[in-house]
Ligand binder design. Structure first.
Ligand code: FAD
Length: 280
């Protein structure tokens, strides 16, 4: 936890960049966002360990800001021995927070690994390391794409929270009621831990549409139509996106959301424009 935490309880996600230029840009973004005193930073991880080394390297770089930094860790395609080693390395490096995920099988990977779902990973981390790590898991207000329905997904979500997670971070969404409905269902299933909304800034319509299709996040028709009408006008898209996402965030906070986790895509400007529009 950082000192003098931002009053709205904000946190930021980065991905490990593939180039030196991307790395330099991330350091700049890290510093601009660290100045807002976030609760924590997190760094994503490629399923099956494909970016494991880069995630570790970037976690080291990002944590030099003094902000608690949580590596994402996925279990699909991994053996317990590999995960045990990685947990030991993180402990040695002073990491005390993780985002624990099942992940998705990369194409071409043959074995599913020894742990099939995120609840098994959370159990494994608790068995191996006790209370050392503060563990966050993923939640899906609009249902995980592979779940047969929301009720079943909430059951699975509750199982993973009961396995010892400290909090959850949601997939992004643009309909505040989907979040409130999910939180109500989770509470009815006995989940008491904080469920932090994950927030995606809107900066590029084509990329957002492609990504949303893949992860099952819905872009409401009125937002799609408006974004389509702007064509290549990136300034108009950014202005509209800031407005839509700021209103969403304000509704979430006013409705009791216990913080906001921003998917930064390694850029500070779009998320800071939103943060600066918000009040507690
Ligand atoms: P799980 O919680 O295991 O759920 C996966 C599916 O299985 C769901 O449909 C669920 O309903 C079902 N299920 C769960 N438990 C059981 C059970 N015991 N029995 C039967 N069915 C079950 N991906 C990456 O590769 N790298 C990242 O860094 C990354 N970070 C993410 C961060 C956040 C905040 C979010 C929301 C997602 C992230 N993802 C990341 C994507 C994530 O890996 C995928 O959505 C993946 O498909 C599911 O992972 P999970 O941990 O939610 O899985």
């Amino acid at each position: 936890m950082s000192r003098h935490e931002h009053p709205l309880g904000i946190s930021f996600e980065f991905f490990p960049p593939g180039t030196d230029v991307g790395r330099d840009k991330l350091i700049q973004t890290r510093d601009e966002l660290a100045a807002r005193n976030p609760r924590f930073f997190s760094v994503t991880y490629g399923a099956g360990g494909s970016t494991q080394a880069r995630t570790r390297e970037i976690v080291r770089e990002v944590s030099q800001s003094g902000v608690t930094t949580a590596p994402h860790l996925s279990c699909i395609g991994s053996e317990k021995a590999q995960l045990r080693d990685l947990l030991a390395q993180y402990r040695e490096e002073g990491v005390d927070s993780l985002v624990a995920l099942r992940g998705d099988m990369p194409s071409g990977m043959a074995s599913i690994g020894e742990l099939r779902y995120a609840n098994e990973l959370v159990e494994f981390i608790r068995d191996e390391t006790g209370d050392h790590f503060n563990i966050a898991v993923a939640a899906y207000p609009e249902s995980h794409p592979q779940a047969p329905n929301l009720d079943r997904d909430v059951e699975n979500f509750a199982r993973k929270m009961k396995a010892g997670a400290n909090m959850a971070i949601t997939q992004y969404f643009f309909t505040a009621d989907a979040y409130f409905h999910f939180v109500d269902k989770a509470r009815a299933s006995g989940v008491e831990q904080p469920i932090i909304p994950g927030i995606m800034p809107i900066t590029n319509y084509t990329k957002l549409a492609r990504f949303s299709d893949a992860c099952g996040a819905e872009i409401p028709r009125w937002i799609r139509k408006q974004l389509e009408s702007y064509g290549d006008d990136s300034e108009a898209i950014a202005d509209f996106g800031t407005d839509v996402v700021s209103r969403l965030c304000q509704r979430l906070l006013d409705g009791g959301a216990p913080g906001l986790h921003f998917y930064t895509l390694n850029q500070s400007k779009p998320v800071l424009k939103v943060v600066d529009n918000l009040s507690g």
